[in-house]
Write a protein that binds this ligand. Structure first.
Ligand code: ADP
Length: 380
C-alpha cells in the first residue's frame, strides 16, 4: 500500500493513475477484510482485550462519522448526529472499539440506503454512581431487512440473502464483530427493521465514570510534516522483509537521510563492527536468526561494557563477535527505534523492556515516521 502511494506521487499518465487508484482501493478492502477476520478470530479465541482509558464520548462518535463522510457524501446521504447533554463528557472505556462499532453500523447504513438522512442518537440508558450505560442508535431509511432474516444477521458470515454479497459486497462479519464487542463491553446490540423502510440498530455499552481528563492529543498533519526540517542523518535499517525495507528506504531518502540496510540482527551487528557512525537504528522486531529485541539487548549490554548472557551469546554463533562488539560499542547510547506489527500494549512494553527508545507501528507512514524522528533528532 505504501508503494502504491509512492507510485501515485510520481504517476502522471491518467490511465496509470487510474490503475494505481484501483490497486489502492482493492488493497484497502483486502486490508479491512483481513482486519475483520483477525478481530473475529481474536474474539472467538478469547484473546481480545479492551484498552480502557478516559476519552471524550462525543469525539469518538464524531471520529466515526468523519471516517465515513466521504462515502456518505458520494451517495448524497446526510448524517445527523444528536448526543444527549445528560451524558458525561468524559468516560472511561475502549474508545477505539466503541468507534469501531459505530463505524460498522454507519458503513452498513450507507451501503444499504439510497436516501437519507442517517441519524445517530446517543443517549444515557442508565447513569450509576460509577458507570454509565450509553445507548447508541443508528437509524437509516434504506432497504431494511426481511423479518425472517433478522435473527441471523448477527451471526458470522451471514447476510440477509445471497444476492447481498453480489450486489453490495461484504462478508457478513461486521455485525458479528459488533455483537461480540458489545458483549465485551457488558452490553447488547439489537435491530428493528421493516423491509423496505429502513433499519434501526441500537447498542448499549457500559463505560466507567472518571474525573480524569483524557490526555491532549498532539495533532500532526501532513502540512506540518512537510515543514519539519531535520538535519540529514545516517540510519541503519534492520528489516527482513524486502518490500518493507525498500519502502522505508525510499521514504527516509526523501527526507535526505542516508540509509544502510541489514536483513537481520546478525547482519546489523556485523555492520556496526565495521562502521558505527549511525545516528539512528530502526529495527523490525520479528526477524530470523536474531530478532530486534535480542539485537537491542546485545547493543545495550555492549554499551554498558557488560558480558552477554549465555542464551543471547549463543544466538551470535561466534564467540569472538561478542568480544569485538563490546569494545566497539561501549560507552555511547545508540538511538534505537523499533517497528512493531501491531499497536497492542504488550508489544510496546516488550520494546521498552528490551531497551528500545521508541517504536513505530506498521504500516509505517510518512507522518508517523517524521513525527518520531522529530522527537529524537536535532532539527535543522
Ligand atoms: P456485511 O455488511 O459485510 O454483509 P454485516 O455483518 O455487517 O456484513 O451485515 C450482515 C447483513 O445484515 C448484511 O449483509 C445485510 O444483509 C444486513 N444489514 C446490515 N445492516 C443493514 C442495514 N443498515 N440495512 C439493511 N440491511 C442490513
Amino acid at each position: 500500500m505504501g508503494m502504491t502511494d509512492l507510485a501515485l506521487e510520481k504517476a502522471v499518465d491518467p490511465q496509470q493513475r487510474s490503475y494505481l487508484e484501483t490497486v489502492k482501493l482493492s488493497a484497502d478492502s483486502l486490508l479491512s477484510l483481513i482486519n475483520d477476520i483477525l478481530d473475529f478470530s481474536k474474539i472467538e479465541a478469547g484473546q481480545m482485550e479492551l484498552d480502557e482509558h478516559p476519552f471524550i464520548l462525543a469525539e469518538a462518535v464524531e471520529a466515526a462519522i468523519r471516517t465515513v463522510s466521504v462515502l456518505s457524501k458520494e451517495k448524497g446521504l446526510d448524517i445527523a448526529i444528536d448526543i444527549s447533554l445528560e451524558l458525561p463528557k468524559v468516560v472511561e472505556g475502549d474508545s477505539l472499539r466503541f468507534r469501531q462499532i459505530i463505524l460498522n453500523l454507519l458503513s452498513n447504513a450507507i451501503k444499504f440506503s439510497e436516501k437519507g438522512p442517517i441519524r445517530v442518537l446517543v443517549t444515557p440508558e442508565k447513569i450509576g454512581p460509577e458507570s454509565v450505560a450509553v445507548r447508541v442508535a443508528v437509524i437509516d431509511r434504506g432497504i431494511g431487512i426481511k423479518a425472517d432474516k433478522i435473527g441471523a444477521i448477527f451471526s458470522a458470515f451471514s447476510q440477509a440473502d445471497s444476492s447481498v454479497s453480489r450486489k453490495f459486497g461484504g462478508t457478513g462479519l461486521g455485525l458479528a464483530i459488533c455483537r461480540q464487542l458489545c458483549e465485551l463491553m457488558d452490553g447488547t446490540i439489537s435491530v428493528q427493521s421493516e423491509h423496505g423502510k429502513g433499519a434501526t440498530f441500537t447498542f448499549i455499552v457500559i463505560f466507567g465514570l472518571t474525573a480524569e481528563e483524557p490526555p491532549q492529543k498532539k495533532k500532526i498533519d501532513t502540512a506540518v510534516v512537510e515543514a519539519i526540517r531535520l538535519q540529514p542523518v545516517r540510519v541503519l535499517l534492520v528489516e527482513d522483509n524486502p518490500a518493507n525495507r525498500f519502502l522505508l528506504r525510499v521514504v527516509l531518502e526523501k527526507f535526505q537521510h542516508q540509509v544502510t540496510e541489514a536483513v537481520d540482527g546478525v547482519e546489523a551487528l556485523h555492520i556496526l563492527l565495521e562502521d558505527d557512525r549511525f545516528d539512528l537504528i530502526i529495527t523490525d522486531v520479528q526477524m530470523p536468526r536474531l530478532d530486534g529485541y535480542s539485537l537491542t539487548r546485545i547493543i545495550r549490554r555492549c554499551e554498558q561494557d557488560e558480558l552477554l548472557d549465555k542464551e543471547t551469546a549463543d544466538k551470535l554463533e561466534n564467540n569472538s563477535l561478542s568480544e569485538r562488539l563490546r569494545s566497539r560499542l561501549r560507552g555511547r547510547h545508540r538511538l534505537i527505534i523499533a517497528m512493531t506489527a501491531n499497536a497492542m500494549s504488550g508489544d510496546q512494553e516488550k520494546c521498552f523492556n528490551a531497551g528500545m527508545d521508541d517504536y513505530l507501528t506498521k504500516p509505517i507512514d510518512k507522518v508517523q515516521l517524521a513525527a518520531t524522528l522529530k522527537r529524537w533528532l536535532p532539527g535543522g
